[in-house]
Design a protein around this ligand. Sequence first.
Ligand SMILES: O=C([O-])CC(=O)C(=O)O
Ligand SMILES: [Mg+2]
Length: 642
Amino acid sequence: MLSARAAAASQSHAASLWKRGGGDAGGGSGCTSCMEVRRRAASVAVRAAPPKRVEAVAMESAAETAHSDKEVALTDGAADEDSPPEPEEELPVTPWAFSVASGYTLLRDPHHNKGLAFSEKERDAHYLRGLLPPAVVSQELQVKKIMHDLRQYKVPLQRYVAMMDLQERNERLFYKLLIDNVEELLPVVYTPTVGEACQKYGSIFRRPQGLYVSLRDKGKVLEVLRNWPERNIQVIVVTDGERILGLGDLGCQGMGIPVGKLSLYTALGGVRPSACLPITIDVGTNNEKLLNDEFYIGIRQRRATGEEYHELMEEFMDAVKHIYGEKVLIQFEDFANHNAFDLLAKYSKSHLVFNDDIQGTASVVLAGLLSSLKVVGGTLAEHTYLFLGAGEAGTGIAELIALEISKQTNAPIEECRKKIWLVDSKGLIVNSRKDSLQPFKKSWAHEHEPLTTLLDAVESIKPTVLIGTSGVGRTFTKEVVEAMASFNERPIIFSLSNPTSHSECTAEEAYNWTQGRAVFASGSPFDPVEYNGKTYVPGQSNNAYIFPGFGLGVVISGATRVHEDMLLAASETLAEQATQENFDKGSIFPPFTNIRKISAQIAASVAAKAYELGLATRLPRPRDLEKYAESCMYTPIYRSYR
Ligand SMILES: O=C([O-])CC(=O)C(=O)O
Ligand SMILES: [Mg+2]
């Protein structure tokens, strides 16, 4: 947040622009400090406004400053000390004029709108009198009303659309609702409903919620990024839409995923909404259905590949660094295997990058395994692991398990990998297949006779842990699960593919086919299951437990790179949060209701690791990192604009 002086300075900048401005809202590159003005002073580029309204902005900014909490102070500090270098070239003068967010405009500004919660005094001060019905209500009552409305919708997609509308109308209320009702609303704004939303994104599209960078923008990506109205971005989630959850290529409509992930960054991890930037890279789609869909929102061509693809990605990555500096966390999300590993390997040398599907999923599953051990006994090294699916999630998890075993036993990583077996669409990954394997699978090719089915692999390897990351539903058949139950007292079975319809088996199947003995977790949520008079509450092994806290830890420490030890630290911290009470109910994860506390703990351990590794740049190191993380978290309580 700007200091009062800076706000006033910004305001005079706004005012002078107002004098200079030509009128209409529109695109075009924005002067970066004007972007600040737009956000900080709640200005909206619409039309020239009378000077007295400009004063109202200054008052509002001052009020916001007065109410600024640590969440804001942190970003201010960051902006002062660590502002990314200003671009060297001359910035174009924006043709925009700025009016202020008061009156009617204020009601349509989602960052500041409070609807009926504007007080009498605020209504007087901000030209709202008469624009709202007389009732003044609390934020709590607004939450109650919207939850009541949402529950009237029987179709999940209608709830999703209602939530997106709320986010566009009143951002703080959206986050308050999500935080206060996290268990109920996570499946609405996130998996599974977000999957259906992406499939139908063109039809339900109302307003853009992120930035679209398409092949047509080649050579102009910097300009595209400059059009985004925020300056101090801390986290970007970017997808190219090629592997959305387990649903495959959804092209440009994958945008629902970065939008959803970033709303969890804010709700679960406390990163300010204005510091989050959802991006979709549109290089076309190979999804014929979408190419023929009249409502499709992306470019209508088959996917660009090879040099053309990588040139656009490179231009994008360079532009991000140029505009936002080195400390913006770039989360790669739902890229296809054939790009995900290469992009991560390439850009982890030059950028602060994190692949959620490889690293985030690995970290949450490792946490799930560490707490499963408290239920089934043994050490990580004493178990045998079999995966169905050898893509980003499968190999990412496998590698993190091997790393943790190596850390615990001091054995070489190659030895530790031998405890872990993977099955892909062609069968068990074995040495004799090595030549034809994609590079990221090669380290999992062990000595064994070739086997083509999962059931054969289960019967031959006799794993204690079975993990599904195949993206294909119902592949853990009754025979497979019963085989697991025949040689394990407590088989560990994780069906991780998303959304729910792609889960390798349901929670009910896992409990029924093992007579309630399975230690089960899934990627998407399942309702509690009754079996033999006992209620089982299955845990959700979803990277949503990790990435919000992980990202917060990176941001508060000013880490410049992601290191695998930071992932291990996140896993260990999450594993410590599961209690005997959770185990008794059948879950190896704590409930999402505690997630903000858990995220602060994860952030603290990730930040501590970053300091230990010399990767943190925010100095001095706060003494109590958990308290510091908590104090930095965004809260959606309304501010007073008097
Ligand atoms: O989004 C989720 O629920 C988990 C995830 O990253 C994926 O399945 O790709
Ligand atoms: Mg993903």
